[in-house]
Design a protein around this ligand. Structure first.
Ligand code: BTN
Length: 267
């Protein structure tokens, strides 16, 4: 029978997290580990509602109802990936760039832990060798104009089992790319350390460093033809870079368009 109570952090995670404690700041000071939950974002949101501190992390070995952006599913088989959510309480100036900073941070963390150099697709999908390897889902709770908290969820495919065979052409995993085993504990420790760094930059008002880092990671896709769908509109054009607010600039027939939401597809 599956338990939905938290369990002690497995040694595979506990040791690398202990070694990285001084680099993680508040990120993962409290880590709540589950064998399986429907979605770590939901568990983290429930903790945030109970006043969990910023940096509180929920991680699971499997998710039965993991979700991605735009209502998609995030397949999360046991032990095949990292399924993690953190509670953030961003200041007003930082909130719009949280998704951009998260993409940069997870890409930095993957690079530190594995040596792979993920690229970014707006706003925060991670790609290796042209295939998606990780994604970020940021869900905000607001009262009026004021953001109460953001749940920052990320999923990383570690083993090929993390995704169904029918999307193998679009998706990859770290172990498939590297041809060797990946230490999930080290990966989590490096992702949380990078999140602490990039989120700290945002909170301190140093936004340009985050935006520039995103631009470097996405540089190879500049000039790529894209289709954008949102607000009942479909638009085709050529991707440029992001502006200082994190909006993607797309050169279309009528001129440059700022994209702030919706679904972007590479053509
Ligand atoms: C995407 O690329 O569409 C975003 C995927 C985000 C998946 C992660 S796994 C941990 C957290 N819990 C969820 O239900 N989703 C996010």
């Amino acid at each position: 029978m599956k338990s939905n109570l938290p369990e002690p952090l497995p040694p595979e995670f506990a040791e690398p997290l202990a070694r990285s404690a001084d680099r993680r700041g508040s990120f993962g000071r409290r880590i709540v580990w589950y064998r399986e939950v429907p979605s770590t974002n939901d568990v983290a949101a429930a903790l945030a509602e109970q006043e969990a501190d910023e940096g509180c992390v929920v991680a699971a070995n499997a998710q039965s109802a993991g979700r991605g952006r735009h209502g998609r599913r995030w397949i999360s088989p046991a032990g095949a990936g990292l399924y993690v959510s953190a509670v953030l309480r961003p200041q007003g100036h930082a909130a719009p760039l949280v998704t951009i900073a998260a993409g940069v941070a997870i890409a930095d963390g993957v690079q530190q832990a594995t040596g792979l150099q993920p690229g970014l697709k707006w706003p925060n999908d991670l790609y290796v060798a042209g295939r998606k390897v990780a994604g970020v889902l940021a869900e905000a709770s607001a009262h009026g104009d004021s953001i109460q908290y953001v749940i920052l969820g990320f999923g990383i495919n570690v083993l090929p089992a993390a995704y169904p065979a029918e999307i193998a052409g679009l998706t990859t995993s770290l172990e498939e790319e590297l041809g060797r085993q990946v230490d999930r504990g080290l990966l989590l420790a490096e992702c949380l350390s990078s999140l602490a760094l990039r989120y700290g930059e945002l909170q301190a008002g140093r936004l340009e460093g985050v935006v520039d880092a995103w631009r470097r990671r996405a540089a190879p896709t500049r000039g790529r033809r894209v289709r954008w769908e949102g607000n009942g509109t479909v638009l085709e054009g050529v991707a440029d870079t992001i502006d200082e607010t994190g909006a993607l600039l797309v050169r279309a027939q009528g001129g440059s368009v700022r994209i702030t939401s919706g679904v972007l597809t590479w053509l």
